[in-house]
Design a protein around this ligand. Structure first.
Ligand code: NOJ
Length: 753
């Protein structure tokens, strides 16, 4: 080694060693403080630390002062948060601060696209940045703990909560989960603008039978481990502070009392050190599940399984009696209390319990935050079809903006919009008018979307009234919806942009649907408008893929916008008129119809793999492939994939696969392609999925530009679970693709020795 390198290396050695020693010391300090506190706590105070109440009410404030509450949910605003915190820090016996939690699923006040959409950006740094913004805004408002990221894999879009999750792929889900945890928690959870994250809903909630929310799940251990667990592992490896257990039962054992998932896997296999919170009322619901006799029984079962904090049902008030009667060992309670206190220390709550109210004015809904929301919305919207390059539109044309979602502010935000407010949202109509001016825009709502009323759908919100701002000066603004007006507008225009889909309240929690149709008379409207014969762009706003087979024939262009958030209208207009180029991809396979559910790309082959002839897996009346595959999305350019080169045709089980391919922009515009890497293990100890995503890269190329895209994958990441649930890397031949989506690409092969 050259002599001048030595001092440099020494410097790094000393620095790293001191960091390590400091970290050790810090955790020893925290452990010491926790033990000191534990010794002073009564059983009632211990139960209190494990209890979360909803809202700041006279009752909850009293309970906090009595040491019976460790956390509140849904207290927004620095002043409110500080009042609740004062009750704990100044008026309770042990002065242990509260941890205040809230659902910040896709933004706090600056609402980002719904997660099913933003996952499709495949843009991990931007997703991380968006959660940094969410953390900054949430903490400015006194929230120190977010019930996010929601990382449930789902294959059934009838399930309303598919909108909140990361789609169908475990690898993408794990990478997105990690990016979001990094964004929320920042460099340290103790930073004033960082929050504690909570990966939810642990686990397999998205596999609900029939897509009915909260429903039973019965799946194999292999499916659990290979598909549903990886996003949670991604979150845990990224240091997530807390995990929320799921409502539903898994193979007969409710999520909140599942020792196998909560303790065997989460704690013992993954070494998770944070705490687990139940979902809302789920401990009490063990009685309805037929898994507990009463709240005391439910409390013992949940605690023993590994749930540390009880959300809102106050079942854990039974802890003292359970310990005194000998049903529960105090050491189990102590361990749960330690975990909760450790997160409170790590989050800096003992040093800085109060929110800095001045930040509410400076940190929320800032132009910088809105810019991140606009960019993420641009990258989340998926161009599904663009016949004859209709898009981008010319700004000189007259555009008929038609449809019930074109000027609906509330629906732009999506179903779980934090503290988002409809008035902040830019509607598509407003965004288009900002680009073109009033004179080039004709607006007609066409029809209303009727909300589901009563019964199962009682919670669906009414459609928002037409917004005055965007529609001002435009024909038909504020008028009752009429298909005739819509047809008249279409006839007068050069091009029609049709905004159809679902109201925000038609997906999300307790908002499953039995069908993927367009609710109400929207198809009647679409038919009438298409009859007018003008080039038509369909923009779908929805929380799930809808049945759009009709549109692939009758609309020239289709944009799947999902619910794009507070900057919806600006982002949609940016894409429509070419100020931004689409780059979003589908995070789920797009079913052809409700009857083809489930359709997911990483399915196994049968002995009779899907093919057009009769004696193969499939239906008589419909292809069983997706209408659009996972990973699919067009750009305003074209890309060609060539020269796949497998640099490591043979790898050992501890080796690394290296693959590259040439990708070229063969079109006329600069565009961003999401280049994806898939593998397939030809022969395994269990039959393997036809493809599995193992890498991706966003790549921006100018027209004519080409680049070699390189991927490396550790052989150990190519493994799977054998029938005894051991992770094995099967020797043999594997296929590999570098591809624009899960159903195409350039192919090669390699051997694992
Ligand atoms: C119930 C939902 O399932 C969960 O996602 C949410 O975090 C809690 N309620 C708290 O609002």
């Amino acid at each position: 080694m050259r002599a001048y390198c030595r001092p440099f290396l020494l410097f790094w050695f000393v620095l790293l060693t001191s960091c390590f020693v400091l970290a050790q010391q810090n955790s020893t300090d925290i452990d010491g403080k926790i033990e000191t506190l534990l010794k002073q706590m009564t059983l009632e105070e211990k139960a209190g630390q494990l209890t979360q109440f909803a809202g700041k009410t006279p009752e909850s404030l009293k309970a906090i002062r009595e040491g019976k509450v460790g956390s509140l949910l849904g207290v927004l605003g620095a002043e409110n948060a500080n009042e609740a915190q004062r009750a704990a820090v100044e008026n309770s016996r042990l002065k242990i601060p509260l941890i205040l939690g809230f659902d910040v699923i896709h933004g706090y006040r600056t609402v980002f696209p719904v997660p099913i959409a933003s996952t499709g950006s495949f843009d991990l740094p931007l997703l991380e940045q968006a959660e940094r913004v969410s953390a900054k805004e949430a903490t400015a408002s006194g929230v120190k703990w977010v019930f996010a990221p929601m990382v449930d894999i789902a294959r059934d879009p009838r399930w309303g909560r598919i909108v909140e999750g990361t789609g169908e792929d475990p690898y993408l889900g794990a990478r997105v989960a990690a990016a979001k945890v990094r964004g929320f928690q920042g460099k340290s959870m103790a930073d004033r603008d960082s929050v504690v994250a909570s990966a939810k809903h642990y686990v397999a909630y998205g596999a609900a039978e029939g897509g009915r929310d909260y429903n039973t799940v019965d799946i194999s251990e292999q499916l659990l481990r290979e598909v549903y667990l990886p996003p949670f592992k991604g979150a845990v490896d990224a240091g997530v502070g807390t995990v929320m257990s799921a409502f539903q039962d898994l193979n007969g054992v409710p999520g909140v009392a599942n020792h196998h998932t909560l303790t065997d896997i989460l704690r013992n296999e993954w070494n998770f050190k944070g705490f687990v919170v139940s979902d809302w009322g789920a401990v009490h619901e063990l009685i309805a599940h037929g898994f507990a006799l009463n709240d005391a029984d439910a409390t013992a079962k949940a605690l023993l399984a590994g749930v540390d904090m009880d959300m809102v049902d106050n079942a854990y008030q039974h802890i003292p009696e359970l310990v005194r009667s000998g049903r529960l060992q105090e050491s189990v309670v102590d361990e749960a209390v330690r975990r909760v206190l450790r997160i409170k220390f790590q989050a800096g709550l003992f040093d800085h319990p109060y929110a800095d109210a001045s930040r509410e004015k400076t940190d929320i809904l800032t132009p910088e935050n809105l810019q991140v929301a606009r960019k993420l919305a641009q990258e989340s919207i998926v161009l599904l079809q663009n016949k004859s390059d209709l898009l981008p539109l010319e700004t000189t044309k007259t555009v008929a903006v038609i449809g019930p979602l074109a000027d609906d502010k509330a629906s732009q935000l999506g179903p779980w919009a934090g503290d988002g407010q409809a008035k902040d949202a830019v509607t598509p109509l407003e965004g288009i008018v900002r680009k073109l001016g009033n004179d080039h825009v004709l607006y007609a709502k066409g029809v209303d979307i009727p909300p589901y009323e009563g019964g199962q759908a009682a919670g669906v919100a009414a459609p928002a009234p037409p917004s005055a701002t965007g529609a001002r000066g435009i024909a038909n603004a504020g008028k009752a919806a009429s298909i005739d007006d819509a047809v008249a507008a279409a006839k007068k225009a050069d091009v029609v942009v049709l905004f159809l889909g679902e109201l925000a309240g038609m997906s999300g929690e307790a908002s499953s649907r039995s069908s993927l149709d367009f609710p109400g008379d929207q198809l009647k409207l679409a038919n009438a408008v298409i009859e007018a014969g003008k080039p038509t762009v369909l923009v779908v706003e929805s929380g799930r893929p809808l049945d759009i087979r009709w549109a692939t024939y009758h609309a020239q262009a289709i944009l799947q916008a999902w619910f794009p958030g507070v900057q919806a209208g600006n982002a949609i207009a940016d894409l429509l008129f070419g100020d931004a180029s689409p780059s979003g991809r589908l995070a789920i396979s797009w079913p052809r119809s409700t009857g083809s559910i489930p359709v997911y790309y990483n399915h196994r082959n049968t002995g009779r793999p899907t093919a057009p002839d009769r004696w193969k897996t499939g239906y008589l009346d419909l292809p069983s492939t997706a209408l659009f595959p996972f990973g699919f999305g067009l750009t305003y350019s074209n890309f060609s994939y060539g020269r796949l080169s497998v640099k490591t045709p043979q790898i050992s089980q501890d080796g690394t696969l290296e693959v590259s391919a040439e990708v070229e922009n063969t079109g006329k515009r600069e565009a961003t392609e999401v280049v994806q890497l898939y593998v397939h293990d030809r022969v395994g100890l269990t039959s393997r999925p036809v493809r599995e995503l193992k890498g991706f890269e966003r790549l921006t190329l100018r027209p004519g530009e080409h680049r070699s895209v390189d991927f490396t994958v550790k052989a150990s990441d190519l493994g799977s679970y054998d029938p005894q649930m051991r992770w094995v890397v099967n020797p043999g031949t594997y296929d590999v693709w570098v591809a624009p989506d899960s159903a195409s690409g350039v192919q090669g092969e390699f051997e694992v020795k």
